[in-house]
Design a protein around this ligand. Structure first.
Ligand code: NAD
Length: 361
């Protein structure tokens, strides 16, 4: 059987440890659900600087492009102590991440925020709010808007002035709206589009184009919400959300807020997609250099990212469900890495957590 091509970027810090566990779980899922993955390892970030002098090579981009998806750990080191941060900004580890996103045209960033019943104690929300649980997915536009518009700083008549430009065209809005509606169909068929249409022209265009796209999805319910209200609703009643669709800066802020309310950084997966089925899958957290090499990092965010990869890039929904169910079962059985451990639970390291999940797939 020919395996499906996956590029793997272990990266820096805890990256190699958590990616290894994700591959273990993917292989267990392959045996159970009848597929095979063919991995090609790629260096990026600090690991690439050490070998090639640059955080991302053309060869790495080519390998990614020739794959159906990329599974990544995380990149970067300790900015205070690592020699990588003595380099100019465009040669530092993070430049590799921006470079690969651009080269692969990854314009849609997905971050699920799910509250596991077993981890409810870590949720910072009041119990009367958290008891309803929540299961949402934030879809953030990643390559346009304020972060990519024209910007400059100048002095006019002795007064310093800075300008940033927020620009979107209808094609950029349409392609991400289509992604959001498609993904809503794999979930609970609800899209909440977030904007600031009472003030911004870019938001009024956003709203108009999202309305047009919605016409092709009569089975998906669309709602619009102003971003200030959304920030409030995320802590007041997070259970109301399924897919939240929003532009780059709003999504940057709201996705951090949504991940914070889950209370468990080691559990949060993410995906970045382009117009095809291709995607890059990675945990939301960083490379945690403070705990690297100690076998204590939580591999679950990476394992759940691998499950998303099966669902969105490989259309192996059943196997993705299987991995997610195995994660829930391991938590129900009381296994915890240090970051999510509480009294009465069984503390395990990175490798054993991977083993326990793989066994239950
Ligand atoms: P971080 O997410 O790496 O760590 C924050 C804290 O959470 C640390 O105390 C860490 O030990 C803990 N933590 C993170 N992931 C964990 C896990 N899986 N299990 C247990 N504990 C975990 O954020 P940071 O310290 O601000 O950044 C460290 C490096 O990561 C920096 O170089 C930064 O640039 C990089 N970074 C990379 C990405 C990415 O690759 N996409 C994202 C964010 C940060």
């Amino acid at each position: 059987m020919m395996g499906r091509k996956i590029a793997v970027i272990p990266g820096d810090g805890i990256g190699p440890e958590i990616v290894r566990e994700a591959q273990k779980v993917l292989d267990a899922a392959g045996k159970k659900f009848g597929f095979e993955l063919d991995y090609t390892e790629v260096l990026m970030g600090g690991a690439s600087i050490d070998v090639h002098g640059v955080p991302l090579t053309e060869e790495a981009i080519e390998t990614a492009k020739n794959s159906e998806a990329v599974l990544m750990g995380s990149i970067g080191g300790d900015a205070k102590t690592s020699p990588w941060y003595q380099l100019p900004p465009q040669r530092r580890p993070e430049a590799g991440l921006l470079g690969i996103r651009k080269a692969l045209n990854l314009f849609a960033n997905l971050r699920p925020a799910y509250l596991y019943e077993e981890l409810r104690a870590a949720c910072p929300l009041r119990e009367d709010i958290s008891k309803a649980g929540f299961d949402m997915l934030i879809m953030r536009e990643l390559t346009g808007g304020l972060y990519f518009g024209e910007r400059y700083t100048k002095t006019e008549d002795g007064i310093r002035k800075a300008v940033d430009t927020l620009e979107y065209n209808e094609n950029e809005i349409r392609r991400i709206a289509v992604k959001a509606f498609d993904i809503a169909r794999k979930r609970r068929c609800k899209v909440c589009s977030v904007d600031k249409a009472n003030v911004l022209d870019s938001s009024r265009l956003w709203r108009a184009v999202v309305e047009e796209v919605a016409k092709d999805y009569p089975d998906v319910t669309l709602e619009h919400m102003l971003v200030d209200n959304c920030a409030m609703q995320l802590v007041r009643d997070p259970a109301q959300f399924d897919v939240i669709l929003t532009e780059n800066m709003f999504g940057d802020i709201l996705s951090d807020e949504a991940s914070m309310v889950t209370g468990s950084i080691g559990m949060l997966s993410s995906a970045s997609l382009n117009e095809t089925k291709f995607g890059l899958y990675e945990p939301s957290h960083g490379s945690a250099p403070d705990i690297a090499g100690k076998n204590i990092a939580n591999p679950i965010a990476t394992i759940l990212s691998a499950a998303m990869m099966l669902r969105y890039s490989l259309d192996l929904d059943e196997a993705a469900d299987g991995i997610e169910a195995a994660v829930r079962q391991v938590l129900a059985d009381g296994y915890r890495t240090g970051d999510i451990w509480s009294e009465g639970c069984i503390k395990v390291g990175t490798v054993e957590m991977g083993d326990q999940i793989a066994q239950r797939v």
